[in-house]
Design a protein around this ligand. Sequence first.
Ligand SMILES: Nc1ncnc2c1ncn2[C@@H]1O[C@H](COP(=O)(O)OP(=O)(O)OP(=O)(O)O)[C@@H](O)[C@H]1O
Ligand SMILES: [Mg+2]
Length: 236
Amino acid sequence: MNDKRLHKGIFITGTDTGVGKTFVAAGLIRALKLKGINVCPMKPAETGCRIRNGALFPQDAVTLLKASGAIEPIDTVNPYRLIHPLAPAVAAEIEGVKIDKNKIYAVYRHLSEKHDLIIVEGAGGIMVPVYKKYMFIDLIKDLNLPLIIVSRPGLGTINHTLLTINAARNRGIDILGVIINHSAKIRKDISVKTNPEIIVRLGGAPLLGTVTFTNKPVGEMSKVFTRIASSILKYL
Ligand SMILES: Nc1ncnc2c1ncn2[C@@H]1O[C@H](COP(=O)(O)OP(=O)(O)OP(=O)(O)O)[C@@H](O)[C@H]1O
Ligand SMILES: [Mg+2]
């Protein structure tokens, strides 16, 4: 990391959609808030939004904002929301929406002036297009944010996680570490047991923690998120 104190935000990506980025980000936000950090989320573009009371409802952004308790308008935390459950660039093209990266930068700047730490959740993984050819990896680089990668626990995750680590590193993006999240109840086979060590050894990125599957609301999983929050704060 070049200058650790320069980071006022963290970007949470996943190796795929549905890996638990929002679940993990919400848990981390709560833990950071309990440590006295004035934390605010940002979800630059949310797709697959349902209509509620005549307007598009950004479930991820609302979940994260609620976890933070930050007093910010949802339109600031989530400047773009789209109907189709697709990459933002694809949904935007179908829906005739222009996603302006300068507006995303401006919102990020505005939020980071008011809060200690901004937790930004992408959509899908880092090679997902935000608008036309502009990808989340470009946004992470342009905002100069360090990365947390949320990964699946089982077979296939070595490939997905190492690809994500390598792509980020090749662009000079700092990687805070990997969080393995059990978003579904799976059998803890041999791959689940061996993957963490292999990812650390071959990826050269720390394993920040493993989040087990739970039927409880995210707020009740405080221990693992408190531990992860403590290790993250050392790097910022
Ligand atoms: N550790 C966990 N225990 C129980 N349920 C989980 C856990 N992690 C995630 N989930 C559930 O799995 C589903 C997918 O998780 P989540 O929405 O956080 O994924 P995501 O990566 O943010 O997806 P998207 O790409 O759509 O933003 C959600 O229903 C979430 O509540
Ligand atoms: Mg999400």
